[in-house]
Design a binder for this molecule. Structure first.
Ligand SMILES: NC(=O)c1ccc[n+]([C@@H]2O[C@H](COP(=O)([O-])OP(=O)(O)OC[C@H]3O[C@@H](n4cnc5c(N)ncnc54)[C@H](OP(=O)(O)O)[C@@H]3O)[C@@H](O)[C@H]2O)c1
Length: 250
């Protein structure tokens, strides 16, 4: 399928590892110039080197999205300096949390999760989407989760941040869609990232009864992002594309 992405530009937050790195690679393979971002410069440089070795175009911009408006503004400004207003924004970075009883939550811990996973994408989209809208084109993809629509013990905070991601998609699709900016969610199920290897048994147990009976791969999640970013999804606004092996229908 031709996604008509050659020569386009993208910012992918949290793309030094895991699903975000796979999204950056997949977009670059379609001819997109990608800004890879995250806190870890060594991993960011390695991700960029891998894309360039495969013939793609990428640059690393370090950003800690826990840093509030100043950090977000710096990331947006550097991205625009490198790419112009990007054609594609992927709000992928999030604080993934181990299960924790609600009674053990602290105000600071909850605030930290919301800062990275909800407030930063709000501020970043607020900085980039108006210029996309003024241009009359753009695609924004938020990473959601099965957690947004299921109840899991110990997952109150993470699930609330992911429900917010799904909600932001609907709000932004309504706000920016009329100006030609499409906004959609990709909602993975448990995925075989490097980080998840340490809880692999738990995750394998979670997917034992779902239709696919396996984890998603980062490349499968990235394929959904490529689809939603590209011309094949030209009239797709405000939807949730689940890449969860059927998790949410069981
Ligand atoms: N993995 C799953 O099973 C799964 C399932 C459903 C949904 N998701 C969603 O998919 C997305 C990616 O998850 P993942 O599993 O790929 O996570 P991951 O492997 O932990 O990677 C997270 C990425 O975000 C970056 N990041 C974390 N905190 C950051 C911060 N404060 N500032 C800037 N960057 C930050 C990390 O880079 P640095 O360390 O370099 O900062 C890394 O590149 C998330 O939105 C997650 O909620 C994942």
């Amino acid at each position: 399928m031709d996604h008509d992405l050659k020569g386009r530009t993208a910012l992918v937050t949290g793309s030094t590892a895991g699903i975000g790195a796979a999204i950056a690679r997949a977009l670059a393979a379609e001819g997109v110039h990608v800004v890879v971002s995250g806190r870890d410069t060594a991993r960011g440089d390695a991700a960029v080197a891998e894309i360039r070795a495969d013939g793609g175009a990428a640059d690393f911009v370090r950003a800690d999205l826990a840093g509030g408006e100043e950090a977000v503004a710096a990331l947006a400004d550097r991205t625009v300096a490198l790419l112009g207003t990007p054609d594609i924004l992927v709000n992928n970075a999030a604080m993934l949390l181990m299960p924790r009883p609600t009674a053990d939550l602290t105000e600071a811990g909850v605030a930290a999760a919301f800062a990275v996973s909800v407030i930063a994408p709000m501020l970043l989209t607020g900085r980039l989407a108006p210029a996309m809208a003024a241009r009359g084109s753009g695609a924004i993809i938020n990473l959601g989760s099965i957690n947004a629509v299921t109840g899991m013990p110990g997952s109150a905070v993470y699930s609330a941040t992911k429900a917010a991601a799904h909600s932001l998609t609907r709000s932004w699709a309504a706000e920016y869609g009329p100006s030609g900016v499409r906004v959609n969610t990709v909602a993975p199920g448990p995925t075989s990232t490097e980080r998840n290897e340490r809880i692999r048994d738990l995750l394998d147990g979670m997917v034992a009864g779902i239709p696919s009976r396996r984890l998603s791969t980062p490349a499968e999640v990235a394929s959904a992002v490529v689809f939603l970013a590209g011309s094949a999804a030209a009239n797709v606004h405000g939807t949730v594309l689940a890449v969860d092996g059927g998790f949410t229908i069981t």
